[in-house]
Design a protein around this ligand. Structure first.
Ligand code: A3P
Length: 271
């Protein structure tokens, strides 16, 4: 069993007021220069959060505010009114759960996808660590089952990414990134993000930022709580799933993934 808040057939984390916060999104007044980082759980939100702040501020310092301060569904929308521009929001919301004004005002949205097998592992450990929120005391085996069936908080990875691809994919204000690409060549991806945000900096600056945002440096140098360090900057690897999935679990997962691809899921390269 897993603790969650049901919402229109969806699963939200058991955070007080979360349903109301999403509903009040209708009243949210977006600004064209707002920037949104929207990713399924454990797909690179913290990483992008630092990169975006560095680019906007032409800085190699880590943000001093935790990303939760502008996690949209954790707060009443009205509380963001006094923030100075450009505001950087983050969330794990589905496309249809985003405040409509974000789309209408054409705010820029960064969306990062990650190999769902690595997402499943990272999310399992996250859920176990944050037991007070998720109340999950099941096994890895049970988790793979729940994840594959989409019965985890934030819902089905497959449906989530399908919706983002179909709806967000055709919107020029959405930049879709791959976690694995960031791992492979962070400097190039930082440049892609900079271009998307309309930021232009000297080459050396992008190199410095990539260095500061490498996993090892962030884990070691960014000031954060022990818990955050443990679950938000855990291992940062591509392919950790191989240490977790049994052959049978992998075969079952592959079958679901293949069916998803055949029904229009976006092709992904896992590096
Ligand atoms: P792991 O648990 O596999 O290590 P999110 O921020 O969306 O919750 O995603 C968290 C995942 O991104 C964690 O995955 C975390 O380690 C990884 N991550 C965070 N910073 C990273 C970085 N600089 N480079 C690579 N991975 C990073």
């Amino acid at each position: 069993t897993l603790s969650y808040i049901p919402y229109n057939g969806h699963y939200l984390p058991a955070v007080k007021g979360i349903r109301e916060n999403i509903e009040r999104g209708d009243e949210f007044v977006s600004r064209p220069d707002d920037i949104w980082i929207c990713c399924y759980a454990k797909s690179g939100t913290h990483w992008l959060w630092e990169i975006v702040h560095m680019l906007l501020g032409n800085s190699t310092d880590y943000t001093s505010k935790p990303k939760e301060t502008t996690q949209f569904d954790f707060h009443d929308a009205a509380s963001f009114t006094n923030l100075p521009s450009p505001r950087v929001f983050n969330c794990a919301l589905w496309w249809h759960q985003l405040p409509r004004d974000v789309i209408q005002k054409k705010s820029k949205i960064l969306h990062c996808m990650r190999n769902p097998k690595d997402v499943a592992v990272s999310y399992y450990l996250h859920t176990k660590e944050l037991h007070s929120v998720y109340q999950y005391s099941g096994s890895w085996e049970g988790w793979v089952q729940l994840f594959t069936e989409g019965k985890v908080v934030r819902g089905s990875w497959f449906d989530y990414e399908m919706e983002w691809s179909k709806e967000g994919g055709k919107d020029e204000n959405v930049l879709t990134l791959m976690y694995e690409d960031l791992k492979k060549d962070l400097v190039s991806e930082i440049k892609v993000i900079a271009h998307f945000l309309g930021v232009s900096l000297p080459e050396s600056r992008y190199l410095e930022m990539a260095d500061r945002c490498s996993f090892g440096t962030m884990k070691q140098c960014k000031q954060m709580s022990e818990m955050e360090n443990k679950i938000m900057y855990r291992k940062g690897q591509v392919g950790d799933w191989k240490n977790w999935f049994t052959v049978t679990q992998n075969e079952k997962f592959d079958a679901v993934y293949k069916a998803w691809l055949e029904s229009g899921g976006p092709a992904m390269c896992f590096g």
